[in-house]
Ligand binder design. Structure first.
Ligand code: DGY
Length: 420
């Protein structure tokens, strides 16, 4: 089977009717940013199904605009923590109580452009208009509850919210989290996968302590925004949000909508984003809102500034210098952690492995900024790893072997939409 057909087969196999599971064993529900990326894959062969993926995600939107990171449409004992642990949701739809990186607006803009190019604007206009309103409500929610100081960044209240669950960027901010009351629990992820590819027990204790904290607040976002023991301005989410707002404004303009509120969010982000520039490290890094300290880690998220639309000659040059240095150390770009960092681990989740969706965003950003050779390297490396290994959750930047789950939906989707 050629890889295009294999990628389509992966999406069809993981399709649960209106939504796609990231992987049938490890992640048997709907995940927020997974679904957004998966829609781009479907769009290459089934436009209606692509739109449905995003629409199903927004069916779970809460009345305050929040869009959850997991939607538990079915029961499945193979995942922990399940819906009973979260105890969250609205209108009988069981969800988690935290969100995930805001990539959906960028995706919907791409879906819209693709529908227009295919001469199907009239068919998809009502769906685009409804999604625009839902996306705007979500972005407003972010501006209120995930940027409590109005800095123009995105402040995560849980490592899972960032999508980069065990990045070392969360180590120091996670230290004050009290895990003494977490109690006994059984992890399911390490029943499916080698523990050396997964977060540690201490990290899991912190994840669960934060779930218990949010649940104790009744998932009232205004309370969590103030009192959460974990509040980190995530450079990845902040860059993705800047991009998403630009795409939402462009989409709204094409649809004849009022985009003045989105324009204000873009201005706020442009004014505030330099707070995430670490002058000592000469890199974009996450920053702890509570301690005020920069993480100091160069991660794959550090290279999303081009995708965000930031053009700053000095910072761009420093960022590209990190890119070129890292590119000489690893065979496959872009590792999720600087390979010269002592904590680099080539198969442990977000402490080393390469992720296709992040490579896609980095590659798009580099190409748009005119850094064509580097953009080609990122795409070529991604293509080679998929060709050699199949559609894994992530890949070792050292030898390209698969890490985490196989037959992974968003990886297959990125083959179809970008790398292949
Ligand atoms: C997990 O359970 O590993 C997920 O990443 C949480 O979203």
């Amino acid at each position: 089977m050629d890889l295009n057909e294999a990628a389509r087969a992966t999406l069809r196999a993981n399709d649960r009717g209106g939504y796609t599971v990231p992987n049938g064993q490890v992640y048997p529900f709907q995940w927020n940013w997974d679904s957004a990326f998966v829609a781009l894959g479907f769009d290459t062969f089934d436009r209606d199904r692509a739109w449905a993926e995003v629409e199903t995600l927004f069916e779970a939107q809460w009345s305050d605009g929040f869009v959850p990171h997991i939607i538990f449409w079915v029961d499945d004992a193979g995942y922990f923590p399940g819906p009973d642990v979260w105890a969250a949701g609205e209108n009988g739809i069981r969800t988690s109580g935290i969100t995930q990186p805001p990539v959906a607006a960028t995706v919907v803009r791409m879906l819209w452009d693709s529908a227009v190019a295919a001469g199907q604007a009239d068919t998809f206009r009502p769906r685009a208009e409804k999604l625009f309103d839902q996306l705007l409500a979500w972005h407003r929610w972010f501006a209120t509850h995930r940027d409590p100081e109005g800095r123009g960044v995105v402040v995560a209240v849980h490592p899972w919210e960032t999508g980069r669950d065990n990045s070392p960027e969360w180590d120091a901010p996670g230290e004050p989290i009290d895990v003494s009351g977490v109690g006994a629990y059984t992890r399911r992820d390490t029943g499916h996968l080698d523990a050396k590819m997964r977060p540690t027990k201490l990290e899991y204790d912190r994840y669960l302590a934060l779930v218990q904290y949010g649940r104790a607040q009744g998932w009232e976002h205004h309370k969590i925004a103030v009192g959460s023991p974990f509040k980190v301005a995530d450079v990845g989410m902040s860059m993705m949000m800047m991009r998403a707002n630009r795409d939402l404004a462009a989409l709204g303009t094409l649809l004849g909508k009022d985009v003045s509120a989105v324009d204000r969010l873009i201005e706020r982000a442009e004014d505030g984003i330099d707070w995430l520039w670490d002058a000592d490290r000469q890199s974009w890094c996450s920053r702890d809102l509570i301690s005020g300290k920069s993480s100091g880690f160069v991660t794959s998220a550090s290279f999303l500034s081009f995708y965000a639309g930031i053009r700053d000659a000095t910072k761009d040059a420093a960022t590209l210098a990190h890119f070129d240095r890292i590119g000489k150390v690893v065979k496959y770009m872009v590792p999720s952690l600087d390979p010269e960092d002592p904590g680099f681990q080539m198969v442990r989740y977000w402490r080393g492995p390469v992720w296709a969706v992040v490579n896609t965003m980095i590659g798009i950003g580099l190409a748009e900024a005119g850094h064509d050779v580097r953009a080609k390297r990122v795409k070529g490396d991604t293509r080679t790893m998929m060709n050699q290994t199949g559609f894994f959750e992530a890949y070792s930047p050292v030898d390209g072997t698969g890490s985490g789950g196989d037959d992974f939906s968003w990886t297959a989707a990125m083959w179809l939409a970008w790398a292949g």
